[in-house]
Design a protein around this ligand. Structure first.
Ligand code: APR
Length: 168
């Protein structure tokens, strides 16, 4: 699977799925969650109401509605509490669950925001290393996935992704 780094607003990407850094209610919020719900329109929230939430480290897939992306994969990242509450494993789980849902749907392209790196306070470089490691894992035979995009909203994250992927 090809891995790209791209700086900008994930809601503008015309990919098969964009990943949302949601909270466990799946009922919207600020940050990228707020941006995705604003761009997708009210049908997204109405659809999410029927999902019954999502545990940390897992993901749920919905249509993209008014977004250019066909689907939204909502995942719930861990809140950073210092690293001894399974944060690394839970964050890795977000990437793994999202990739597995995309493959189950037969999708070819997926874009990720920097999950947990905003409100949830995850250290940027540690999170980038987890993202790079999970995206670099070989995919199961027959996987539909061809491209993953790591979306950096700020230039600092671009630099960190470049450094980490260079080393991955
Ligand atoms: N496109 C791409 N990335 C974005 C966008 C956007 N439009 N808006 C914000 N980001 C980036 C942030 O800069 C950060 O690097 O997404 C990353 C994740 O930050 P948050 O959106 O704050 O998500 P997170 O840290 O996972 O916290 C999740 O915040 O919005 C609430 O409902 C959400 O409770 C949940 C919590």
């Amino acid at each position: 699977m090809d891995i790209q780094i791209w700086q900008g607003d994930i809601t503008t990407l015309e990919v098969d799925a964009i990943v949302n850094a949601a909270n466990s209610s799946l009922l919207g919020g600020g940050g990228v969650d707020g941006a995705i719900h604003r761009a997708a329109g009210p049908e997204l929230l109405a659809h999410c109401r029927g999902l019954g939430g999502c545990p940390t480290g897992e993901a749920r897939i919905t249509p993209g509605f008014r977004l250019p992306a066909r689907f939204v994969i909502h995942t719930v990242g861990p809140v950073w509490h210092g690293g001894d509450r399974r944060e690394p494993e839970l964050l890795a789980g977000c990437y793994r669950s999202s990739l597995a849902l995309a493959e189950a749907e037969g999708l070819a392209s997926i874009a990720f925001p920097a999950i947990s790196c905003g409100v949830y306070g995850y250290p940027l470089e540690a999170a980038a290393r987890i993202a790079a490691a999970e995206l670099s894992r070989s995919r199961p035979p027959g996987s539909s996935l061809r491209e993953a995009i790591l979306v950096a909203f700020g230039v600092d994250m671009v630099r960190i992704y470049r450094e980490v992927l260079g080393a991955a």
